[in-house]
Ligand binder design. Sequence first.
Ligand code: GDP
Length: 178
Amino acid sequence: MATVRIPRQKVILCGDYGVGKSSLFRRFTNNTFVSESDRKSTLGLDHIDREYKVGDKQIKLQLWDTGGMERVASVTSSYYKFAEGAILVFALDNAASFHSLSQHLLDIVTYAENAKIFICGNKSDLEGREPEVSDEEVEAFCEQCHTLISATYKTSCKIGEGIDEMFQDISRQLVQAN
Ligand code: GDP
């Protein structure tokens, strides 16, 4: 059976500085992780394409990263424009980054009105520490947002957990939406 190709889907990473957006981007790109000391300091938006297979369909995700722009300036509306998917990232060991999600969500619904929205709690490698954000809090946030959030995920860029599963599931959801 011939493979059906879905048009390229723009997916943006959103969330506070330091939650792991560039690390997710790096895992998506070449499945690597770098520690704080090796973190690149160059600023700028970046994007890369990667293909996923969903049944007999082939989908190309184009993942966008802010490249740390949010630290020095607000991310421009062009970042959001024409996004089919948006991943709201927070860090499980940083409650403040979770509380910022509503502001990031507002930006998404304003500038990327048709995007499917996903939540990613990153840094799940807590090594015995309690998370600062519970599953119940994430669930309650999703309920408050009614049907705006399509799915939630937990990932660790450090140990490479949950990341491929997340991008596979996002691919599946975007295939369904097409
Ligand atoms: P960004 O500002 O959102 O792009 O965040 P970065 O990807 O630059 O990550 C911020 C810091 O968190 C860096 O020191 C990363 O090495 C670290 N980091 C990213 N993801 C993880 C993770 O899953 N677990 C842990 N322990 N550290 C992470």
